[in-house]
Design a binder for this molecule. Structure first.
Ligand code: HEC
Length: 179
């Protein structure tokens, strides 16, 4: 009797583990193997609508995904200019683990913020630490990835690039021109 109970318990446990690992696979964040493909630019995230335009892959299984709010994406499509109040979001991923979401908004000057994925917050403020590094991308409106944005909107495809740098370190600026 005891053995049967034990057997039954382990069978139930195994079933749970199988279901858990399957449902885990369904949220694979890697767009190369995920349904969120190169062709689907419009996504809904953090209770807003975005255009997902680029992924930058760096050293150590680390990658960053770039988004712009849908309204501003429409303006960029028509003018190739980033309008006032445009909001950018950048997800950071270590393999399958998502970390902080960084945001930048073009107000009278660029303002910055960040939040954890489960707790979106869109408050921004002037942050010199962000601005000083982004000033290297002055020729592209203080965003590194504007060329990838313009290209993604023209081709209607998410742009994928990579370089051998660690997390925050900029790639050679030519990388952001795309392939
Ligand atoms: C040491 C340099 C550096 C610092 C500091 C930095 N960034 Fe960036 N940021 C980058 C680079 C480089 C990219 C382009 C993607 C890549 O190569 O990682 C980028 C891209 C972005 C993007 C996507 C739009 C764009 O500009 O291409 C956002 C949003 C962003 N950063 C937000 C922030 C915020 C918010 C801060 C401050 C908390 C910050 N960044 C600080 C280097 C930096």
């Amino acid at each position: 009797m005891k053995t049967r109970t034990l057997l039954l318990t382990s069978l139930i446990l195994m079933a749970f583990v199988t279901i858990w690992s399957c449902s885990n696979n369904e949220i694979d964040p890697d767009p190369e193997v995920n349904a969120m493909s190169r062709d689907s630019l419009n996504v809904s995230r953090y209770s807003r609508g975005w255009v997902h335009y680029a992924q930058v892959t760096k050293n150590g299984n680390y990658f960053r995904r770039m988004f712009i709010d849908s309204g501003s994406a429409a303006v960029v499509s028509n003018t190739a200019e980033i309008p006032n109040e445009a909001l950018f979001a950048m997800e950071t991923w270590f393999g399958h683990e998502q970390s902080t979401v960084f945001i930048r908004q073009r107000n009278s000057q660029w303002q910055s913020g960040s939040f954890s994925p489960g707790n979106p917050s869109y408050s921004v403020a002037t942050q010199n630490s962000c601005n000083s590094c982004h000033s290297r991308a002055a020729s592209t409106d203080f965003t590194f990835t504007k060329p990838l944005l313009v290209k993604a909107l023209q081709k209607r495809q998410v742009q994928f690039v990579q370089c051998n740098q660690d997390s925050f370190n900029p790639c050679d600026l030519s990388v952001y021109l795309g392939n």
